[in-house]
Write a protein that binds this ligand. Structure first.
Ligand code: HEC
Length: 157
């Protein structure tokens, strides 16, 4: 009787262990399913966002937006562009090159400000929005041409 009892409980034990194993296997598979879904969703969201972002500047390529030069002048000073590029965007200062007059096309300026290649710090659209950039660009465009060299007396000598 004792042996018999022991035998059945042994089988029951094996069964419940097997059931636990199966349940765990299903659980692990479910977790993986969720992880895979989450990754797919994240890729989808970031992918479309990245595509939208990279499409935005190219949609504007060659096109010059009409910004507010007055406001642009303020933002240009506020975000410290002048510290490196000079008050009039004439360049010099500490390090930045001349930006105006005759600025680079808007799409190039926008891409450069977001992803500078050298010493310039990057400005994301959280700091300087695309709208701010159109105003800064209007300010750059509004910089007057310098007077012709032969009208500057000291340069005639
Ligand atoms: C800390 C100094 C610094 C600040 C601040 C700065 N720049 Fe620059 N910028 C540079 C330097 C240096 C370069 C030359 C390339 C390089 O090293 O990244 C440059 C290059 C550029 C260029 C490319 C010019 C060219 O002819 O290739 C643009 C456009 C530009 N800056 C715009 C801006 C604007 C707009 C701001 C403000 C939102 C700004 N920069 C703020 C230092 C600065």
């Amino acid at each position: 009787m004792k042996i018999c009892d022991g035998h059945t409980s042994d089988i029951a034990g094996k069964r419940s262990r097997r059931a636990r194993f199966l349940r765990r296997a299903i659980l692990i598979r479910l977790v993986w399913c969720f992880v895979a879904l989450a990754i797919a969703a994240a890729l989808l969201v970031f992918g479309t966002r990245a595509m939208a972002q990279s499409a935005a500047p190219s949609a504007k390529a060659g096109e010059t937006p009409s910004g507010n030069a007055e406001n642009g002048k303020k933002i240009y000073a506020k975000y410290g562009c002048y510290e490196c590029h000079g008050r009039e965007a004439q360049g010099g200062g500490i390090s930045g090159p001349r930006l105006a007059p005759d600025p680079l096309p808007f799409s190039v300026v926008l891409i450069y400000v977001r992803h500078p290649a050298g010493d310039m710090p990057p400005y994301t659209d959280k700091v300087v929005s695309d709208k701010d950039m159109t105003d800064i660009y209007a300010f750059l465009e509004s910089r007057p041409q310098p007077p012709p060299v032969n009208t500057i007396p000291i340069l005639k000598h």
